[in-house]
Design a protein around this ligand. Structure first.
Ligand code: FOL
Length: 208
């Protein structure tokens, strides 16, 4: 079974986007995203899986996200992945099922075996992956949540599903900060962080 990790920054009302982009600009938080999704043992590589809107929201100079296998899901089979560099692979899939199949195959990382697979958004992909049953070939068992505490950003126009609500797929437990650091493999600032007047906290949630 392929374990998937969702990584997301969300407000308390689960707002994640506004006007086709992120509602905030948090450079240290973005560095955390880059470090977590890139970190892999020598000789291995991680994958980042995203929907078309998320792909388009990444500044052209940063996509494909470097040193990661980029997988983009779009139901439009004629969609063209416009990318800046060619040394990082980006693959288009017309369904989540096909993307997950590719992740499960041995050729996904080129010469390098896959280490971890991250679902990086947006709302549609978060919903589709969160509802995969535990019995399927791929399952989301971890969420790296950056909780945006304040301000409210109540003008968000895209929301992630409320994963903490009771659901049939099993309930989520908040890991300790030590467990978060152990899993990501580096020191992470603990407690409430502040950047440009925005307060947030790095969290990890798991389920079985
Ligand atoms: N998860 C978290 N915790 N924070 C986020 O901002 C976030 N964003 C997305 C998905 N999960 C997230 C989707 N949006 C880039 C831009 C937008 C984006 C994801 C990534 C991006 O440009 N990333 C560069 C970092 C460049 C920099 O350091 O500023 C990368 O290399 O990852």
């Amino acid at each position: 079974m392929l374990r998937l990790t969702i990584i997301v920054a969300a407000t308390k009302s689960n707002g994640i986007g506004k006007n086709a982009g992120l509602p905030w600009r948090l450079s240290k938080e973005m560095k955390y995203f880059a470090q977590v999704t890139t970190s892999a043992p020598e000789g291995r590589v991680n994958a980042v899986v995203m929907g078309k809107n998320t792909w388009e929201s990444i500044p052209t100079k940063y996509r494909p996200l470097s040193r990661r296998v980029n997988i983009v899901a779009s139901r439009n089979k004629d969609y063209i992945l416009e990318a800046s560099s060619t040394n990082t692979p980006a693959h288009l899939h017309v369904s989540l099922a096909s993307a997950l199949e590719h992740l499960n195959s041995s050729d996904v990382g080129g010469a390098k075996p896959l280490h971890r697979a991250f679902i990086i958004g947006g709302a549609t992909l978060y919903s589709e992956t969160l509802t995969l049953p535990a019995s399927s070939s791929a399952f989301v068992d971890r969420i790296l949540l950056t909780r945006i505490i304040s301000p409210d950003f109540d003008d968000c126009d895209v929301f992630m599903p409320d994963f903490l609500q009771e659901d049939a797929e099993g309930k989520w437990d908040k890991a300790s900060h030590g467990e978060l650091e152990e899993w990501v493999g580096f020191k992470v600032p603990q407690g409430v962080q502040e950047e440009n007047g925005v307060k947030y906290e790095f969290q990890m949630w798991t389920r079985n």
